[in-house]
Design a protein around this ligand. Structure first.
Ligand SMILES: C[S@@+](CC[C@H](N)C(=O)[O-])C[C@H]1O[C@@H](n2cnc3c(N)ncnc32)[C@H](O)[C@@H]1O
Length: 259
């Protein structure tokens, strides 16, 4: 035994357990043999910082959402791809509103939870893999901080190109991001500095997620300012059309297909 986690479907397992705790359906993780335990997502950063975040909010209905999530959903129009659909909280609301929505995720377990909660149209894989399926969309959602999926300077052009290949004329991307640079916490400002010295964007996080005995491989997840996003988008098929930062440091970025 090395103390290293076994690589597995971390999101899937924690969403299944969060669903079981919330509904009583399926085996629940037990503490002390009887009491259902709150499900905590463990986020490790490559400087040794460890954070825990309760997973129950992935199941929340609109009444418990943050205001920017509601504003994001109000901006949706046409055929919509929810990228990184998670437990389907956004897709379910869109279905209720009669919006044709497809949920895409790399986690088989997350899609299983979505299915059990009633999300009808689901795709397992990455956006790059989905291009070949021939489906096309008017709106792409990157919610729950999923702007992070653009990873950094290297991945951003290919990520945005894959979205453009999936786009109908006039399509939009609505992405939830967090501006990382308001903090004075030296643990974070020092990390940003170290990243820049390595040629990375300040908020280009190197993370792995853990749940129980499972872990993900290390991956990059971008937390960037709206200005940095504007720079990443320049020269791609998209333009940064709007930034709604009413809930700063959180913001909703809207990208529109250029031309
Ligand atoms: C932070 S959760 C957000 C879930 C959901 N959007 C929400 O707001 O509740 C991230 C989700 O993205 C999925 N994911 C991670 N990397 C992905 C990728 N490259 N392509 C598609 N989905 C991905 C994860 O499995 C997880 O379900």
């Amino acid at each position: 035994m090395t103390g290293e986690p076994r690589i597995g479907d971390v999101f899937g397992e924690l969403l299944r357990d969060a669903y079981a705790v919330a509904t009583g359906i399926g085996p629940r993780p037990l503490a002390g043999g009887r009491l259902p335990r709150p499900v905590i997502e463990i986020i490790e950063r490559d400087d040794g910082l460890v954070n825990g975040a309760p997973a129950a909010h992935y199941l929340d209905g609109p009444a418990d959402w943050q205001p920017y999530d509601r504003r994001a959903v109000d901006r949706v129009r046409g055929a919509t791809l929810d990228v990184g659909v998670g437990a389907g909280r956004i897709a379910l609301e869109l279905q209720d509103r009669g919006v044709p929505v497809t949920g895409l995720d790399t986690s088989a377990g997350a899609l299983d939870v979505c299915r059990r909660r009633g999300v009808r149209d689901l795709v397992h894989g990455t956006i790059d893999e989905h291009v070949a399926d021939g489906r096309r969309y008017d709106t792409f959602l990157l919610l729950g901080n999923n702007l992070g999926l653009i990873e950094g300077r290297e991945r951003a052009p290919a990520f945005l190109a894959a979205l453009a290949a999936l786009a109908r004329p006039g399509a939009q991307v609505i992405a939830h991001g967090t501006d990382p640079y308001g903090t004075r916490d030296p643990v974070h400002t020092g990390y940003h500095e170290q990243n820049r010295r390595r040629g990375r964007l300040g908020g280009q996080l190197r993370l792995r997620l853990r749940y129980r005995e499972l872990g993900t491989p290390w991956f990059d997840y971008l937390v960037c300012s709206p200005d940095e996003l504007g720079t990443l988008v320049r020269g791609t098929a998209w333009r940064l059309a709007d930034v709604d930062d009413r809930d700063a440091p959180y913001y909703l970025a809207t990208l529109r297909l250029a031309g």
